[in-house]
Design a protein around this ligand. Structure first.
Ligand code: NAD
Ligand code: 6OD
Length: 484
C-alpha cells in the first residue's frame, strides 16, 4: 500500500500514526497517510524558521521569482501525475482536474512570481515643521513562517493560491492539507526539490484539525501568520487559537451564494452558466450558487431548463473522460448532504429533480454519490435556504422586482459570491454594486483574474487575497522616514 509522508526540511518523514486516504468514487483505500504529531509539527516550524535565514532569505526578488516559475514548469511537466492524484483523492472528474485544478496551480506560481517583481511601493515627500523636506518610503519584508491550512474541495488549487504568494514574498511555509486530500501537497514537495527550492522553505504536515496537526500549527508560537480556507466554524476556532500570539490571519470561508436571473437574460447563457454555478465539482465549490432567484415571467421555463441540465449530468468513474459529475468527498459529507435533502422535504420543498442517491449496479454504489437536486417552494427562512449545504443542490425562488431580488440575495450571514444574469448592462452594474459579496459576476461565474481582490464579507471571511492584496497580506511594510 502506498504511503503519503510529511515533508520536513527537504526530507520525506514518516509520522507515528497513520490514517487512510479513501477514494470517494468507490470507498477503496488508496494510501496510508502518516500524520504529524506535535513534535513533528514543531520540527517543520523550526525547519521553516531556519530556512528564513539561509539561502532563501538571501535571494533577491528576481531569483525568487525565477525559482517559482521553475515550480510552475515542473507542475506542467508532471501534469498527469497531479491530475491522477487529485482525481483519486477527490473523485472529481478528470476533465475538471485537467481544465481547472492543475492548470490553476501552475498559474498561481507564475502570476505571483511576476506580481512580486512588478510591485511598486508607496513613497511620499513630506514637509517638515521647519520648512524643509523629508522622504517617506516603504519597504516590504516577509512575515516569516506562514502556516497554510486548506480544505478538500480544490486541494492543489487552494494550497498553491496561498503558498505561491507567501513564497514570492520571501516567507517559508508549513502546509497542512485536508486529511481527506493529502496527496498533491506531498507531490508538490517533489516538485519543489526539482525546482531548486531550498530545504525547509516548503514543509508539509499531515493530520486532522482539533488536537492534531492543524491545531498544533495554529498554536505554535514561532508561526508568524495563518492563512486558512475552510468552514466558517473552523475559522472561528483558529481565531481563538491564534489570539494569544496575535498572529495575522487571512480567512476564506463558507458561502450561501445567490444568483439573480432577470427575465431579460440570455436564456441559454443563464441556464448553462447556472448549471456550472450549481453543479460544478458536485457543488463543492465555495462560490457555488445554492440560492437562485428568477424573475417571475421566466420562472417556470428556467426551472424546466435547469432540471433538464441537471438530469443530463453524467455521474460515473472519475477517470472516465465523459464523466461530469463525481461523488461527494466522504461518507460523512454524504450523510450531511442527505440530511439536508431530508430536511428540505420536511420544510415543505417541492422536489423538482433528485433528492436521493443514484444507482450504478457496480462498485460505484460504494462511493459517495448523490443526485443533483433542485428544490422550489421553500420559505426564505427555511434552514435549507439559510445554511451552506456544499453539495449539488439549489433552491429556486421567484421574484417580482429588482429591489425584492436584491433584498432576498443579501439576506444572508455569508457574503462570498453572487452572480447576476441580464442583458441590461446598466441593471447589471446597478445590482452588482448592491450585492453584499466579495465578488459578483455578471453573465458569468467563477471567471477568475488572479490580480483581482478575492475574499468574503461576514461569515465568508476576513481579508482579501489576489494580486497586490496577497502581497500585502504576506509581507510586512516597514515605512522609512528620512529628513532631507
Ligand atoms: P474544514 O474547515 O472542515 O477544514 C479545512 C481545514 O482545516 C482542514 O485541513 C482541516 O483539517 C483543518 N482544521 C479543521 N479544524 C481545525 C482546527 N480546529 N484548527 C486547525 N485546523 C483545523 O473545511 P472543509 O470541510 O475541508 O472544506 C469545506 C468548507 O470550506 C466549506 O465551508 C467551503 O465553503 C469552504 N471553502 C471556502 C473557500 C473560500 O475561498 N472562501 C474555498 C474553499 C472552501
Ligand atoms: O479561485 C480562487 O482563487 C479561489 N480561492 C477559489 C475558491 C473556491 C472555493 O471553493
Amino acid at each position: 500500500m502506498k504511503s503519503i509522508l510529511n515533508y520536513i526540511d527537504g526530507e520525506f518523514v514518516r509520522g507515528k500514526h497513520e490514517f487512510a486516504d479513501v477514494n470517494p468514487a468507490d470507498g477503496s483505500v488508496i494510501a496510508q497517510v502518516t500524520g504529524a504529531d506535535r513534535a513533528l509539527v514543531d520540527d517543520a516550524v523550526q525547519a521553516a524558521c531556519k530556512a528564513l535565514h539561509g539561502e532563501w532569505g538571501r535571494l533577491g526578488t528576481r531569483e525568487r521569482a525565477a525559482r517559482l516559475h521553475k515550480v510552475a514548469d515542473a507542475i506542467e511537466l508532471h501534469f498527469d501525475c497531479f491530475v491522477e492524484a487529485e482525481v483519486a483523492d477527490t473523485g472529481k472528474p478528470v476533465a475538471l482536474a485537467s481544465r481547472l485544478d492543475v492548470p490553476r496551480a501552475a498559474a498561481n506560481f507564475r502570476v505571483f512570481a511576476d506580481a512580486v517583481k512588478m510591485a511598486s511601493l508607496e513613497s511620499f515627500q513630506t514637509e517638515t515643521p521647519d520648512g524643509k523636506n523629508a522622504l517617506n518610503y516603504a519597504v516590504r519584508k516577509p512575515l516569516g513562517v506562514v502556516g497554510i491550512i486548506t480544505p478538500w474541495n480544490l486541494p492543489l488549487l487552494l494550497l498553491t493560491w496561498k503558498a505561491a504568494p507567501a513564497l514570492a514574498c520571501g516567507n517559508t511555509v508549513v502546509v497542512k492539507p485536508s486529511e481527506e486530500t493529502p496527496a498533491t501537497a506531498t507531490l508538490l514537495a517533489e516538485v519543489m526539490q526539482e525546482a531548486g527550492i531550498p530545504n525547509g522553505v516548503y514543509n508539509v504536515v499531515h493530520g486532522f484539525g482539533p488536537n492534531s496537526a492543524g491545531e498544533f500549527l495554529t498554536q505554535h508560537p514561532d508561526v508568524n501568520a495563518i492563512t486558512f480556507t475552510g468552514e466558517s466554524r473552523t475559522g472561528a476556532a483558529i481565531m481563538q487559537a491564534v489570539a494569544p500570539s496575535v498572529k495575522p490571519v487571512s480567512f476564506e470561508l463558507g458561502g450561501k451564494n445567490a444568483a439573480i436571473v432577470f427575465a431579460d437574460c440570455d436564456f441559454e447563457e443563464a441556464v448553462n452558466g447556472l448549471t456550472e454555478a450549481v453543479f460544478l465539482n458536485t457543488g463543492q465549490v465555495c462560490l457555488c450558487a445554492e440560492r437562485v432567484y428568477v424573475e417571475r415571467p421566466m420562472f417556470d421555463s428556467f426551472v424546466t431548463g435547469l432540471k433538464r441540465k441537471a438530469e443530463a449530468l453524467r455521474p460515473g468513474w472519475p477517470m472516465d473522460e465523459s464523466t461530469n459529475l463525481g461523488p461527494l468527498i466522504s461518507a460523512q459529507h454524504l450523510e450531511k448532504v442527505l440530511s439536508y435533502y431530508k430536511l428540505a422535504r420536511e420544510e415543505g420543498a417541492i422536489v423538482v429533480t433528485g433528492g436521493g442517491v443514484p444507482e450504478f449496479g457496480n462498485a460505484l454504489d460504494k462511493g459517495f454519490y448523490v443526485q443533483p437536486t433542485i428544490y422550489t417552494g421553500l420559505s426564505e427562512l427555511a434552514r435549507c435556504v439559510k445554511e451552506e449545504i456544499f453539495g449539488p443542490v439549489c433552491h429556486i425562488a421567484p421574484f417580482d422586482s429588482e429591489e425584492e431580488a436584491v433584498a432576498m440575495a443579501n439576506d444572508s450571514k455569508y457574503g462570498l459570491a453572487a452572480s447576476i444574469w441580464t442583458t441590461n448592462l446598466s441593471r447589471g452594474h446597478r445590482v452588482a454594486q448592491k450585492m453584499n459579496a466579495g465578488i459578483t459576476w455578471v453573465n458569468c461565474w467563477f471567471l477568475r483574474d488572479l490580480r483581482t481582490p478575492f475574499g468574503g464579507m461576514g461569515l465568508s471571511g476576513i481579508g482579501r487575497e489576489g494580486g497586490m492584496h496577497s502581497l500585502n497580506f504576506y509581507s510586512e511594510l516597514n515605512n522609512i522616514c528620512i529628513r532631507l
